[in-house]
Design a protein around this ligand. Sequence first.
Ligand SMILES: [Zn+2]
Length: 582
Amino acid sequence: MIPESFIEELLSRVDIVDVIERYVPLKKAGANYQACCPFHSEKTPSFTVSPTKQFYHCFGCGAHGSAIGFLMQYSGLGFVEAVEALAAQLGLAVPHQTSARAQEKARQQPLTERLARAARFYKDELKRSPKAIDYLKGRGLTGEIAAKYGLGYAPDDWQALAGVFADYADPAMVECGLVIENEQGRRYDRFRDRIMFPIQDARGNVIGFGGRVLGQGEPKYLNSPETPLFKKGEELYGLPQARAAIRSEGRVIVVEGYMDVVALAQFGIGNAVATLGTATTPTHVRKLLRLADQVVFCFDGDAAGRKAAWRALEASLEALSDGKLVGFLFLPPEHDPDSFVRAEGAEAFQRLAAQPTTLAEFFLRELKAGVDLSSAEGRARLVHEAKPLLTKLAAPLLRLQLTRALAEAAQVSPAELEALCGLKPLPRGRAAPPKSRPLPKPAALERTLLLTVLHRPERAARLPLELIPTESAEGAALAALVEAIEAGRLPTGNFGLLLEYFRGSAHEEVIAGLAGELEGSHSDEGEEETVFQDAIERLKARSLERRIEALIAQERAGTLTAGQRRQLAELIALKKRLLERV
Ligand SMILES: [Zn+2]
């Protein structure tokens, strides 16, 4: 965990204008800066960055946040990764990183540099190879798309890279996957006479390569091996290039090969990424759901495609949360995305992608297809096969929906089905969907609120007293403080008096401790206000969560009225909006 004090230090030292300007060209407009919003498509700029508040806001789509929030939203980085990226820009070391992790990073750096150099070499070689250029042209690719994806060519030479790396014999060349050593200890380039597709991580670093033969050779596709940098089960091809399109479409399309990604991009479908010769993992799905509310897996219509789709479904079950949508697009058996978009055009592809088979439909269809529902035995088998899948499912509403439909098919009641599957009522917390950003621990939230209210006691008026949980010392102190201020018992504006008021009370220690912290900090007013508002939103989200849980419990007991069901859907939507805002 990264201590909050470090986050605060980071945000006080970083300038959000510098951070955003690396990605989005900003224009000065009065005290602020403006740009066309990177998170929705627009012609006139409504994206504003305030250097005094260290805050960005879009009047068009409502996107807003701090420098950390920007990196998360723009680059799809997780919270910790975004903090690390920012800290690296400032040359700060992130505390509480395990030393093992820091060592691993230091070890990886030289490998990353090697791969970047190799990518440049392959790219230059492409310009020198008429054969490779003709091949790409023959597949309908323009120079623009080739440049966007950094395509290259590995020459037909056993040791071409020896001309680039003077230390070709260095073990790192094997470690980063560029070079293979045979049993006699002789070394040669892994990729020869292939079109090269650099595989990048979310930050755009090259972490591996995919190579495709130009003609008929085998294997048709060759990937870098698993290396300290390249974990196939975590990475997606084409993510940095697809990011803007994923944002503006609100949807990401997952295909099976890098050629599919590039071909779709050539036809103006820029929101596609590919898994890398491996089945879809929950890590993949989590990454994708951070970037978009809708994930559409596109597979060939043949048996292998359906099998791959089923594995993607299994991976999605544990990563999916309510309010997100996972769908499946099956192409006609004779097509892959590359050939389909060539034959039928972009519009036909987009139409299919907009109306995929939903996860629930696919789930039920596949399960029912495998059994004979007219016999009791078949129905028992249905339950048996559904069991491990339902237990994985993290989204409570989707689980209810699937349980009902399965119960109907199995001719049992939903309660019986749950009992048969050994499903426990969803306990609080355990099956909670992964949040796009870790919410602070309860006491941390109360602590933040307490700090900000202590700094500006007039804020107490904006804090809904009934929402403050009083289990923690901080929460109890906060409630006492707000109560005192509201009752007019506390002179606001004088910090010393405030401290005196609590002397000898149960809250003295907590408040005095925080007061000391306030003395030492020089937090920016605007930023602090943001932090305060942020914390209120989180408090509301938490209270919403409790109401949602109560309604879901009622739903399970079968006592939910139609009105309450509507309310539940509204609450879930509301919570989602709240979480997006914070
Ligand atoms: Zn916007």
